[in-house]
Design a protein around this ligand. Structure first.
Ligand code: ASP
Length: 284
């Protein structure tokens, strides 16, 4: 029986002085996300439940660019994307949504209740309303700080990958996208295989330059290298990040409990825990 492993991230990229001033907040948020996932596993939840819980807690924290704290499009709105997938091949995702309190919870509803994998925009929001997903008014997720653009474009996409004690794997990712993006732009995060992927061998959540991660099909590329090239998860994840010329970072966990957190950026907020060991945390 493997010891459970929880890995979370709070986004890749240089933070700038204003961003660094919020490091304590980010560290708090990451540690709380690991604690949330731990509580879910202790309660008998599986890897998917734990990854979702970790991401929901990060969506609640205004210091991350997901849920509350999402960055604004060029039209001044928060348009959020989220996805999750488990090692059994179950997947759910949403794009360009404004009203779910927790975009990752809406992605979970798509996984559970829809014949589809990815729903976007108003149709996704209506689906959430029909399935009892907590909704809030548009603008709920926009902080005064973001409205004032008081901080430089910041990293802060969030994600989690989990290996549970039954050997189950899951990945979850949530984001407000890139500040100033064109309305309707969809990044890598909600695209299965680009920013989020899991199979029975590994689970991956990405952050960084969405367009590059999409073109590299980054998360699936890690899984493909593990499956077909028989690389270890760490080597596969490092190779994929190294192959991307612009900002890229990944968290990955393997069915054997191996963990990888490679990044080619100035910073990558991340935290991880194996079994009941200590929570490890790094931002640079
Ligand atoms: N990958 C995200 C996106 O392109 C942004 C990020 O990770 O910072 O939407």
């Amino acid at each position: 029986v493997p010891a459970p492993v929880i890995v979370v991230h709070g986004g890749a990229g240089a933070r700038g002085r204003a961003g660094r001033a919020r490091d304590a907040e980010a560290r708090d948020g990451l540690a709380a996300a690991v604690a949330c996932a731990t509580a879910v596993l202790d309660d008998g939840g599986d890897a998917l439940d734990a990854a979702q819980a970790a991401v929901e807690s990060l969506e609640d924290r205004p210091c991350f660019n997901a849920g509350i704290g999402s960055v604004l499009t060029s039209a001044g709105q928060a348009e959020m994307d989220a996805a999750l997938m488990d090692g059994r091949g179950r997947a759910g995702a949403v794009a360009i949504v404004r009203t779910p309190r927790h975009p990752i919870a809406l992605a979970r509803a798509v996984l559970e209740h829809s014949a589809h994998v990815l729903l976007g925009g108003e149709g996704a929001e209506a689906f959430g309303a029909a399935h009892g997903v907590d909704a809030v008014p548009p603008g709920f997720h926009v902080t005064d700080r973001e409205r004032a653009r008081a901080v430089p474009p910041s990293p802060g996409t969030v994600g989690a990958v989990v290996l549970d004690a039954r050997g189950g794997l899951a990945a979850a990712t949530s984001t407000g996208g890139m500040r100033g993006q064109h309305p309707g732009r969809v990044g890598d995060s909600p695209l299965i295989g680009a920013g989020t992927y899991a199979d029975e061998r590994c689970a991956i959540s990405a952050s960084g330059h969405g367009e590059a991660l999409i073109r590299a099909v980054a998360a699936h590329e890690v899984a493909a290298l593990v499956q077909h090239a028989r690389l270890g998860v760490a080597e596969a994840a490092e190779r994929v990040v190294a192959s991307i010329a612009t900002d890229a970072a990944l968290i990955a966990v393997g069915a054997d409990g191996s963990v990888a957190l490679p990044f080619n950026t100035k910073g990558f907020s991340r935290a991880w825990r194996r079994g009941d060991g200590p929570v490890r945390l790094a931002i640079e």
